[in-house]
Structures are given as C-alpha cells and as structure tokens.
Design a protein around this ligand. Structure first.
Ligand SMILES: Cc1cc2nc3c(=O)[nH]c(=O)nc-3n(C[C@H](O)[C@H](O)[C@H](O)COP(=O)(O)O)c2cc1C
Length: 158
C-alpha cells in the first residue's frame, strides 16, 4: 500500500453517491471525497478517478445530485462502488428540481449544476454550483474509516 493511502485509511470520510440522469438512464457512483468548497458562490466538490466509467456520463449530464448516505445505507454505498451492478435496481428515488436522481433515506442531498473540472493527478476535481438541498437532522451518517463502512453512534440492526 502506498504511504499516502496507508495514512489516509485512518482519516474518516463521509460516503456519498453522486447521481445524474443521463440519456442512457440514471447513473451514480460512490465517493468518499465529497466536501464543501465555497460559500459564495455556493460550491461543493468531489474527486473522480480517471478510470471511472460513470464520471464521463455525469459530466455529459451537466448536473448532479450529491446523496450523502445515512447509517443504514452501507449496501447502497457498496452497490454504487461495484462495476456491472444494476445500481438503481430495487431502490427508491425521485427526481430533484434540476432533474437528478435523489435517493430515498439519505442524510443530506445537494442539487448541483456542474461548475468546473480541474486536473488532479490520477483524479479530476469536480465542483458543482449548489441550487438546493436538504439535511435530515435526526439521521446518523455512514462513515468510511480504516477500510470499512461504519456508523458511529448508531445502533443499527443486530
Ligand atoms: C467508500 C468509497 C469511497 C470512494 N470514493 C471515491 C472517490 O472519491 N472518487 C472515485 O472516483 N471513486 C471512489 N470510489 C470508487 C468508486 O465508487 C468506484 O470505483 C466506481 O463507482 C466504480 O466504477 P465506475 O466509476 O466505473 O462506475 C469509492 C468507493 C468507496 C467504496
């Protein structure tokens, strides 16, 4: 494991699914790199790997929804990180105001217009202009920590 990857395993991250409605249908990918970038204008960001097959479709759509996952959604995180999985199969979702898939049961969501794409080594940094969003104040987060999806402070199913 690279030194950077070994260190970053110990740094907790949120887990989000970035979704878009492409001509081919709904698309989405799990990211642990979501963060806010600017308050004025309101920008959020995430990093997409150069070999991602989903990112080019999100880019073509020109808009995306960031679905920040809640404690019970570890299966959602896994499905949207698996190639060849039918990622939307059996999931409930609606369309956001901008027309991107909004997954049920998330901790928070942000409805974004694609703002800019920056080169960043083997990833690209993506910023989105936030047009709307919502947070569920009584929900617990899903967190990626030391290679595992965990839900601190949430009892979950036994
Ligand atoms: C917890 C977690 C965090 C991830 N974070 C990112 C990320 O920030 N950027 C990224 O490009 N891929 C990330 N991935 C991997 C993608 O989800 C995965 O490679 C991708 O969805 C699968 O292929 P596709 O992009 O071709 O659809 C992450 C996966 C997991 C499980």
């Amino acid at each position: 494991m690279s030194p950077l990857r070994e260190i970053m395993r110990h740094v907790p991250s949120s887990v989000a699914v970035v979704t878009a409605l492409h001509d081919q249908g709904p698309v989405g990918m799990t990211v642990g790199s979501f963060t806010s970038a600017s308050l004025d204008p309101p920008l959020v960001s995430f990093f997409a790997g150069r070999h991602s097959t989903t990112w080019p479709l999100i880019r073509e759509a020109g808009r995306f929804c960031v679905n920040v996952l809640s404690a019970p959604q570890h299966q959602v995180a896994a499905a949207f990180a698996t190639r060849d999985a039918d990622r939307f199969n059996g999931r409930s979702w609606t369309l956001s105001s901008l027309g991107s898939p909004l997954l049920d049961g998330v901790l928070a969501w942000l409805d974004c217009e694609l703002d800019a794409v920056y080169e960043a080594g083997d990833h690209v940094a993506v910023t989105g202009l936030v047009h709307g969003g919502h947070a569920a104040v009584d929900a617990h987060p899903l967190v990626f920590f030391r290679g595992e999806l965990v839900a601190p402070g949430w009892p979950g199913p036994s």
